[in-house]
Design a protein. Structure first.
Length: 94
């Protein structure tokens, strides 16, 4: 399902940014805090930060394929984000 929305992350919890299997994404950290983003295969939330990328305030990606963001993940299709405080992340995907 296509999505074009701002999602508020729950502090200290991995939040899924995608609402369907996707192959590319646009997102921007709209908060004043760092946000960690990870690409997964499946809807199970990550349990560590081992594969997460850190995005500072106002940073993000524009129309990036999940395979480019996480070349080591087999069949990447979901994106999760984490922040130590509630943070807004704009997300757009088809």
């Amino acid at each position: 399902m296509a999505q074009n929305a701002t999602i508020t992350l729950t502090a200290g919890t991995w939040t899924q940014l995608t609402d369907a299997d996707i192959s590319s994404i646009t997102f921007q950290n709209r908060s004043g805090y760092d946000v960690f983003v990870t690409v997964q295969n499946g809807t199970t939330a990550p349990t560590s930060f081992d594969d997460a990328l850190r995005y500072g305030p106002k940073q993000g990606e524009a129309a990036r394929s999940l395979a480019e963001l996480a070349p080591g993940v087999t069949s990447p299709n979901r994106v999760f984000a984490w922040s130590k405080v509630a943070a807004d992340v704009f997300v757009s995907h088809a």
